[in-house]
Design a protein around this ligand. Structure first.
Ligand code: PAF
Length: 283
């Protein structure tokens, strides 16, 4: 597997490859790759002639230095996992912070039209400016035709679509379904930091979301939110950070249920200092 650590070398390689039928797919990641990432890479490989996977733990999207320091990093293992796909149509871009940010590791401010002030944005200050900044820079370096993101980070997906609209970058943004562990826990790099007991018990998150979906057919959203809070109240392992039912497009919290709109339920839960998020389409 070809691994590039500098944008100059990556760009030189890609521009040599370009010809009229060339289509470049891109999967941006922060490494600690798992089956969920592989499903994005497989989707990209199915639709493009060459796929770049970036592996970069982006400092500007972390509001909490402990979370940044503890974020799992293992490039060798990541490459081994990608090699299981046995393809020459895949390459890795694993830049240094300097290659991306030069001497100024800071994010650019964005106005995402209110998408950034909901949920993750409320609890992780500056997070989406960091995401917008890194994804914009990566798109400018890699110049992909299409980029693939998991729906586990549904708010991030909407933010990136908005960033593309604001910047006019010619990239098709593709959302891919959430991959889950056998017990329903959404796959995440952070799951590797859970104890066996936490991993097992974390099925509560998806079970709760599935019940929410069922309840949404007949119960008012405020009652559902109250019910979710009771599921986590005094739980020995998990602490609920937020639960919100939102309109899928604007991410605004539901007011009056409207049959012409689609809704999603979003949840964030802490297991000690490990933060887990998940969401589900309700209609
Ligand atoms: O979802 C992630 O892993 C990151 O937020 C992303 C999109 C790679 C940007 O750093």
């Amino acid at each position: 597997m070809q691994v590039y650590t500098s944008k100059a070398e990556l760009s030189a390689f890609i521009s040599k490859k370009k010809h009229p039928v060339f289509s470049l797919g891109f999967v941006p990641t922060m490494g600690a790759l798992h089956v969920g990432h592989l499903s994005l890479v497989k989707a990209a490989l199915a639709e493009n002639t060459l796929v770049v996977v970036s592996i970069f733990v982006n400092p500007t999207q972390f509001d909490n230095p402990t979370d940044l320091n503890k974020y799992p990093r293992n490039l060798t293992q990541d490459i081994q996992l990608l090699e299981t796909l046995s393809t020459t149509a895949l390459l890795v871009y694993a830049p240094t912070v300097k290659d991306i940010y030069g001497s100024q590791t800071k994010s650019e401010p964005f106005d995402f039209g209110g998408l950034e002030s909901q949920m993750e944005g409320k609890f992780r200050s500056g997070h989406f400016d960091g995401v917008g900044t890194i994804v914009k820079r990566l798109f400018q370096i890699v110049k992909p035709n299409a980029a693939y993101f998991g729906e586990k980070d549904f708010q991030q997906l909407q933010i990136i679509k908005k960033m593309v609209e604001l910047t006019g970058l010619p990239v098709n943004i593709i959302g891919c379904p959430i991959e889950r562990e056998p017990n329903g826990l959404a796959m995440s790099s952070r799951n590797s930091r859970l104890s066996d007991k936490e991993l097992k018990t974390a099925d509560l998150i998806y079970k709760t979301l599935k019940s929410v979906k069922e309840k949404f057919k007949s119960e008012p959203s405020e009652e559902i939110s109250q019910w979710v809070r009771t599921q986590f109240k005094n739980h020995p392992l998990f602490e609920l950070e937020y639960f919100q039912i939102s309109e899928s497009e604007t991410l605004a919290p539901i007011q009056q249920k409207n049959q012409t709109k689609t809704y999603r339920a979003f949840i964030a839960v802490f297991a000690r200092d490990v933060r887990l998020i998940d969401n589900i389409a309700l209609n």
